[in-house]
Design a protein around this ligand. Structure first.
Ligand code: ZN
Ligand code: ZN
Length: 193
């Protein structure tokens, strides 16, 4: 086989983002939100993967009853590599609460080099009397779009209403608009991603 034909057949699908659950989680409730987040970046969401994503527990994870976002991303990448996933990016959604070395909890995390982002709905969907299902869906859309923005090379944004603003609380998520500010839009375009 010539190198050329090999490259062509194994080429990653460059506009595709695989969207899949971590461990068992029915995403149908949030499918529209996740789809909209991908489409915002001109990406094609692909929900078709049947790879089962999982990862063993570290001592810290067992003690904290949370998953370590960095560890999960690495495990996911290994599984996707082993199953030959061809999408350029992957967004993994979990109902488990996440932490990172820098924060007690995070809504999500993304590793641009690996092309894998993770989003936790644990705190976005926490029930309270004032929160409606459509509000939960909007939160999922915003934080999914935030992680996909990182995959596309965007950093955190100082504008509190921009999708790329860093949110420490759900209230801060609710304050964001479901769009990128002009600055972030420009950055995304100039990066050519
Ligand atoms: Zn972020
Ligand atoms: Zn911005």
């Amino acid at each position: 086989m010539s190198e050329k034909s090999f490259t062509a057949s194994s080429k990653p699908r460059s506009r595709e983002i695989a969207i899949l659950p971590f461990e068992t989680y029915d995403l149908s409730e949030f499918r529209d939100s996740l789809e909209a987040a991908a489409v915002m970046y001109g990406l094609e969401p692909n929900f078709a993967s049947d790879a089962y994503l999982t990862s063993d527990f570290s001592n810290a994870e067992t003690q904290r009853k949370q998953r370590d976002a960095v560890r999960v991303i690495l495990s996911v990448k290994n599984i996707l590599r082993a199953t030959g996933e061809k999408s350029r990016y992957a967004l993994v959604v979990t109902k488990l609460d996440l932490f990172s070395s820098k924060s007690n909890f995070v809504f999500g995390l993304a590793n641009r080099d690996l092309g894998v982002g993770i989003l936790s709905t644990a705190r976005l969907t926490e029930w309270s009397e004032e929160v409606t299902p459509s509000q939960m869906k909007e939160r999922v859309l915003k934080e999914a779009a935030h992680e996909i923005g990182h995959l596309g090379g965007l950093a955190h944004c100082e504008y509190g209403t921009c999708l790329m603003a860093y949110s420490e609380t759900v209230e801060m998520v609710d304050q964001k608009l479901p769009i990128l500010c002009d600055n972030c839009k420009r950055k995304l375009r100039s990066d050519g991603r």
